[in-house]
Design a protein around this ligand. Structure first.
Ligand code: SAM
Ligand code: SF4
Ligand code: SF4
Length: 342
């Protein structure tokens, strides 16, 4: 049974953040020196996540993406994958990772039932990686992608956040490398989400800019028709040699109208939009013994009133600066992208 919000959007897709911790410090996500972390006692255990996931499943959610922070720093993640993969309502189980710990875990995750994997990769240059992520881990990320490519996931994708003056000269090199791995690459516009405290409009390379760089190198780029476009948000394109790639224009052409995503943080706070100021605490009722019916009523009630279209609203702003400042983020780490999951 589908649960619809005020604009008729399904509660279809759950982004499950399994930790707020991360082993990288990407400049577009965690540029600060210090962070406030979620208290460990608040982090949901796998059984609790499984129970909440079932409530989502009973309301029509059929796709789950594990994210974070960095999901692979969560101890025994493959056990959670196994638990979720066995859910009869789940059609698609995916994960987004930075790849640092993937080499050792790729096969185990595949065997546990993870269908699809997306690895974030913004540069192929070690020096640049160190500047961008503040850790010297590019070789391990590349080995992680190779391991994922061998492990036989139903799909392997790469996500690249394109930032002007940082990595916009590597679009073609990344596309070529993705081809070698049999991966589809998606170029993402730099977003002014919570945590992106160094964001500025000038740093955003728009969808047009990304496509221009690609067509300058390859000649024509064919937009794929709606039927070939995977579920939002990526728009897909094809090069003359048949290679496909995606562009996620979340900043200049957001896709809120089709957004069926909600987000659950590692401590059980549920957000109806990436840009939402407030979430709904599911941990408290869960730990106080709420029944599945009670949790279902809470979720479906909240979703049925959902009118969020955060990125579209940002588009209307004349002065666009980072969404949250550092004191706000310190006061409430749930406002961070790395807490609510990308
Ligand atoms: N740590 C994992 C990773 O990096 O793949 C998963 C969590 S991360 C928050 C999920 C995605 O959000 C990554 O692909 C990352 O590139 C993207 N992201 C983070 N900050 C962003 C920003 N300011 N603009 C666009 N994408 C961003
Ligand atoms: Fe980078 Fe992902 Fe970590 Fe954010 S959560 S700093 S995007 S690796
Ligand atoms: Fe969905 Fe909010 Fe992102 Fe729009 S801004 S696509 S409503 S999560």
């Amino acid at each position: 049974m589908a649960t619809l919000d005020r604009y008729g959007r399904r509660l279809g897709n759950l982004r499950l953040s399994v930790t707020d911790r991360c082993n990288l410090r990407c400049a577009y996500c965690m540029p600060e020196r210090e962070y406030v972390w979620l208290p460990r006692k608040d982090i949901l255990d796998f059984e609790e996540i499984g129970r909440l996931a079932d409530v989502f499943g009973s309301l029509g959610t059929d796709r789950v993406r594990l994210t974070g922070g960095e999901p692979l720093v969560r101890h025994d993640l493959s056990k959670l994958v196994e638990l979720l993969a066995a859910k009869p309502w789940l059609k698609d189980l995916a994960m987004t990772t930075n790849g640092v710990l993937l080499e050792a875990q790729a096969e185990r995750l595949r065997a546990a039932g993870l269908h699809r994997i997306t690895v974030s990769l913004d540069t192929l240059r070690p020096e640049r990686f160190r500047e961008l992520a503040r850790v010297d881990e590019l070789p391990r990320v590349l080995r992680g992608i190779e391991a994922a490519s061998r492990a036989g996931f139903a799909s392997l994708k790469l996500d690249t956040v394109v930032i002007r003056g940082v990595n916009d000269d590597e679009i073609v090199a990344l596309l070529e490398r993705a081809k070698e791995w049999g991966a589809e690459i998606r170029f993402i516009e730099y977003m002014d989400v919570g945590g992106a405290t160094h964001w500025s409009r000038e740093r955003v390379v728009s969808r047009e800019g990304i496509l221009r760089a690609i067509s300058d190198a390859y000649g024509s780029v064919e937009a794929l028709g709606a039927e070939e476009r995977a579920a939002a948000p990526a728009e897909r394109f094809r090069l003359p040699d048949g290679t496909t790639f995606g562009v996620i224009a979340s900043t200049t052409a957001p896709f809120c109208a089709a957004c069926d995503r909600s987000r659950l943080t590692a401590d059980g706070v549920w957000y109806l939009c990436l840009y939402a100021a407030r979430g709904i605490d599911l941990r408290k009722p869960l730990r106080e013994g709420a029944s599945e019916d009670e949790l279902r009523a809470l979720l479906s009630g909240a979703w049925s009133f959902r009118t969020d279209r955060g990125a579209e609203e940002r588009l209307g702003l004349r002065e666009r600066t980072p969404l949250r400042d550092v004191p706000d983020l310190r006061r409430d780490p749930h406002l961070e992208m790395h807490t609510r999951g990308g």
